[in-house]
Design a protein around this ligand. Structure first.
Ligand SMILES: [Zn+2]
Length: 202
């Protein structure tokens, strides 16, 4: 193949963009870039299209703040889900992790982060107000606090439990057994499923 100076710039731009992605170091960026260079145009177009499509079509669900492609997310819109239970997580990817366990049939609420004074994130920067509003209007009997078992996750859970208990809603926390300081997202399905089933009241 004959690369002009301009092609070289295009390749460098792709390497720079790939290198910005989480978990992709310079070597992986190179592997992906060269794979795409050698792939047929249709494969590259599919990838570019999928990236654009996800940015155009996916937004935050106005109820639970997870990802949605229709007005509400599939879980909020699903009438067979148990509406008496809300599982509170920090990020949309945690919803996917808990869904993979297949042990939970209730609804979710995504905070959009955790309380972290070091990063200047307090309750006002998270979807806490919206959660409390849901508890006031919905027929919710239990809130499961499923933030990560690390310092910020525990701080957030403790704060939320104090806010929610006076509303007369049962507050539970995932059982121990998850690796302390670990990420919910990386817990295996069996461990996470057990932690949900063995949740304890706070
Ligand atoms: Zn939703």
């Amino acid at each position: 193949m004959d690369y002009t100076a301009n092609d070289g710039h295009a390749l460098q731009r792709l390497l720079d963009e790939l290198g910005r992605l989480p978990g992709i170091g310079p070597k992986s960026a190179q592997r992906i870039a060269y794979h795409l260079l050698e792939a047929d145009a249709e494969e590259a177009r599919r990838l570019a299209h999928a990236i654009l499509e996800v940015k155009q079509q996916v937004h935050f669900c106005p109820v639970c703040f997870s990802y949605a492609t229709r007005e509400r997310c599939d879980i909020c819109a699903n009438s067979s889900r148990d509406r008496s239970s809300i599982c509170v997580v920090s990020e949309p990817r945690d919803v996917q992790a808990i869904e993979r366990t297949g042990t939970y049939r209730g609804l979710y609420h995504v905070l959009g982060g955790v309380i972290s004074p070091m990063d200047k994130v307090g309750p006002d920067q998270l979807h806490v107000r919206e959660l409390l509003a849901r508890l006031a209007s919905d027929e919710v009997g239990e809130v499961i606090l499923a933030t990560n078992p690390d310092v910020e996750g525990e701080t957030t859970a403790t704060y939320l439990a104090r806010q929610i208990r006076p509303l007369g809603v049962c507050v539970t926390r995932l059982a121990s057994g998850l690796p302390v300081g670990g990420d919910l997202e990386y817990a295996d399905e069996v461990t996470l499923g057990r932690a949900i089933e063995a949740r304890r009241e706070l």
